[in-house]
Design a binder for this molecule. Structure first.
Ligand code: SF4
Length: 262
């Protein structure tokens, strides 16, 4: 987004000050929170420690201590405002370790929405979900069912910022980020959500069941009971090509479902 446009949007939202990653910020500085979130100390993005890997325990504590972004706070934001808010969000510890928040890609309204677990290193560098080999395989999977992120599929993740070391996003981090995802789902208004991989499935559906027990069924998500199906993450399929046959079965079901709802 154009910087001046983003700044104007943030001013309209009452956000007049925010942290630019890697700029020096005096310790203890309070930042204006996106959309009325309670203030808390900003990450010291300019310090050497700010670039060091965080321990999971510390990140978990921060995730618990920080307020979640509520559905109410995001109720009246536009798509652009939502993206600007995500770009500046510090609602969980992942804000300390990201380079770029990864909002999502695809049309704002789409019949299909694909949700992975979180950005990896390439995604964090580019600010775009599913790039690299896994992204290419995802694009091929979508193409096989007549879908693409440039046309009719919105692609995002459960958490918008990269967990350090590509670890799984914590439950607390997914919950801190859930209101953004819920608002995205409201905007995109998909006929079907496809969750990719065990972690996305578990965080989306708030369950600990393994993917093997979750695949092959239609679940429901959110207040609109949007149908959800689950399949393998393309990165897993690259590591375990023998599972591609099962993923193909899932894709055929997804195709049939979309056709039946046209
Ligand atoms: Fe905010 Fe989500 Fe990023 Fe956490 S992962 S800082 S809640 S945008």
């Amino acid at each position: 987004m154009d910087v001046r446009k983003r700044d104007r949007l943030l001013r309209e939202l009452g956000i007049t000050e925010w942290i630019r990653r890697r700029e020096a910020v005096p310790p203890g500085t309070l930042v204006a929170q996106p959309l009325g979130m309670a203030s808390h100390a900003a990450p010291d993005a300019g310090s050497a420690a700010g670039d060091e890997p965080e321990s999971d325990a510390r990140l978990m504590k921060e995730a618990i201590d920080r307020p979640e972004v509520s559905e109410l706070q995001l109720k009246h934001v536009s798509w652009g405002e939502l993206q600007a808010t995500v770009d500046q969000c510090v609602a969980c510890g992942l804000a300390r370790t990201r380079n770029k928040a990864v909002f999502g890609i695809g049309p704002e309204k789409a019949p299909l929405m694909v949700i992975g677990e979180g950005p990896g290193a390439d995604e964090d560098a580019r600010g775009e979900p599913f790039v690299g080999r896994a992204g290419k395989l995802l694009d091929e999977m979508l193409k096989a069912i007549g879908c693409s992120r440039s046309d009719n599929t919105y692609v995002t993740n459960v958490v918008k910022c990269r967990p350090p070391g590509n670890r799984d996003p914590l439950v607390e981090e997914a919950e801190a980020c859930r209101s953004y995802l819920d608002r995205q789902i409201e905007f995109v208004s998909p006929r079907l959500i496809v969750g990719l991989g065990r972690i996305a499935a578990q965080r989306l559906l708030s369950t600990e069941l393994p993917l093997s027990k979750l695949r092959g069924r239609i679940h429901q998500y959110g207040k609109n009971a949007t149908p959800v199906v689950l399949t393998y993450h393309p990165a897993y399929l690259l590591r375990s090509p023998r599972e591609k046959a099962k993923a193909w079965t899932d894709l055929k079901s997804i195709y049939r479902f979309l056709q039946s709802r046209e």
